[in-house]
Design a protein. Structure first.
Length: 153
C-alpha cells in the first residue's frame, strides 16, 4: 500500500488535516463523505440553518417532506426550507445516523438514515431515504430525498 495524505484520500473533506494514512478499500472514502453530508444535515437542522442545509443540494433535486409535500427543484426546496426550518418548533435535539449505504453506481448511492427527535415528551422517529450523487468535483450532494415519519403502534 502506498501512503497518501488524508486530504488526498478524502478530497479535502476535512480541512486542515495533515496526518498520513494508508490506502483505503474501494468505496470507503465515498462512504465517509456520505456520512459527513448526513452529519452536516444534522448540524444544520439542529442550528435551524437553511443556507447550510441548502448547500448540500444539487440544482435539480427532488425532496418529499415527512408530511408528503413534494418539492421539485432547488428553488422549491429553498423556498420551503427558508420558511419552515427557522421556525421549526421542536424542543430538544435531533440526531441523524446513516443506517445503510447502497451504491447504485460508483457515483450514485441510496442512503437510509435513522432520524430521531429527542424531546421532553419522548422521542419521535423519521426514516429518510436520500439518493446522493457525486458531482464533477467529487463532492457528494443530496439529489433526491424522501422523509417518512415512523408511526408508533
Amino acid at each position: 500500500m502506498t501512503e497518501k495524505t488524508f486530504n488526498e484520500i478524502t478530497n479535502g473533506i476535512i480541512d486542515g488535516t495533515t496526518g498520513r494514512i494508508t490506502d483505503e478499500p474501494t468505496g470507503a472514502r465515498d462512504v465517509r463523505a456520505i456520512r459527513e453530508v448526513v452529519a452536516v444535515v444534522e448540524r444544520t437542522q439542529r442550528a435551524k440553518d437553511p443556507d447550510g442545509f441548502l448547500a448540500l443540494f444539487r440544482p435539480d433535486s427532488l425532496w418529499t417532506t415527512a408530511h408528503g409535500r413534494v418539492l421539485v427543484g432547488f428553488d422549491a426546496i429553498a423556498a420551503f426550507t427558508r420558511e419552515a426550518l427557522p421556525r421549526a418548533d421542536w424542543d430538544g435535539e435531533v440526531t441523524y445516523e446513516v443506517a445503510h449505504v447502497q451504491f447504485l453506481r460508483p457515483d450514485v448511492a441510496a442512503v437510509k438514515v435513522r432520524q430521531v427527535y429527542h424531546g421532553p415528551g419522548g422521542d419521535s422517529e423519521g426514516t429518510p431515504l436520500y439518493l446522493m450523487s457525486r458531482d464533477e468535483d467529487g463532492r457528494w450532494l443530496l439529489h433526491v430525498g424522501q422523509n417518512t415519519a415512523v408511526q408508533v403502534g
